[in-house]
Design a binder for this molecule. Structure first.
Ligand SMILES: [Zn+2]
Length: 289
């Protein structure tokens, strides 16, 4: 018994955990699934928070100061809080372009890149739509990018990361079959959403976004725009209004009350990626069946 305890202690102390900061819960979950016990993950945003406007806390700076790796969603989604935190962290290892920095947006093809960026366009998506994580088919690509980064920072753990990735990819492809089946209800649907949050999901499953409750990304609705949407929902035969968890809900409910379209409130993030896509796919299947 004593020998076993000694062995356990020796094994658990034989490597130092990588200290990772993830900006969003879904990223933190993915890092944990690949890094397992070799990583210590701290997550900045809450899954119920507006991802464009995360409120920084003093604890964030302390965590960034001692971090080995910062993983971000990128495409300017974190531009309102990460640059200032990075500066205050005074940690050269995790600055953009350094070994301890990973921007996941570099591994997927961004959609909706604006031709030119101006205030008139709204100003929250200057590099294209950053919400690529809501297409479940993108997740394995990002898991692989995380594995590569963990391997480069911790060579002795690379075999574990490779194995964890293989297990993850197998589980994910089984889940994808189920999600693809449920989300096939989206094909051919015309949809209105509050923000351009689910565009990658709608594109993947063949639905069309015909309008947003925000007149422009990041700009709140006006009575006139809302009235125009009521007309659009009626004329286009929209059955579904996608509402996120962090915006006001009155406008969506008003449009639904005037048209008979259905409001579905969907999460955009979560501490468990499998549960996130389970919830999204079940809610959409129920709404459109
Ligand atoms: Zn956005």
């Amino acid at each position: 018994m004593r020998v076993l305890i000694f062995l356990f202690l020796a094994l658990s102390l034989s490597f130092a955990q990588l200290r990772v900061v993830a900006t969003y819960p879904w990223i933190g979950d993915l890092v944990k699934r690949i890094g397992k016990d070799r990583v210590d993950v701290f997550i900045l945003a809450k899954p119920t928070e507006d991802p464009h406007f995360v409120v920084p806390k003093p604890s964030f700076i302390a965590r960034l100061r001692s971090a080995d790796l910062l993983v971000i969603q990128g495409a300017s989604l974190e531009v309102g809080f990460v640059p200032v935190l990075l500066q205050q962290s005074n940690n050269p290892k995790i600055q953009p372009g350094r070994e301890g920095f990973l921007d996941l947006s570099g591994f997927v093809r961004l959609i909706e890149k604006p031709q030119s960026v101006s205030r008139a366009m709204g100003d929250v998506h200057p590099e294209g739509n950053p919400h690529y994580n809501l297409d479940p088919h993108n997740i394995p690509i990002l898991a692989r990018a995380i594995k590569e980064k963990l391997c480069s920072l911790d060579r002795s753990g690379c075999a574990s990361y490779e194995e964890n990735l293989r297990v993850f990819e197998r589980e994910w492809s089984d889940r994808l079959r189920e999600w693809d089946r449920r989300l096939s209800v989206l094909r051919g649907q015309k949809v209105v959403s509050y923000h351009m949050l689910y565009d990658y999901l709608l594109l993947r499953y063949g639905a069309q976004l015909v309008g947003t409750i925000e007149p422009l990304p990041g700009i709140p609705p006006t009575p006139r725009h809302t009235q125009e949407l009521v007309g659009l929902v009626r004329s286009q035969g929209v059955r579904l209004i996608l509402q996120d968890v962090y915006h006001e809900k009155r406008t969506a409910q008003y449009i639904a009350s005037q048209t008979g379209a259905r409001v579905v409130e969907l999460p955009h993030d979560g501490y468990n990626l499998v549960e996130l896509f389970n919830t999204i796919s079940i809610k959409l299947e129920e709404a459109l069946r």
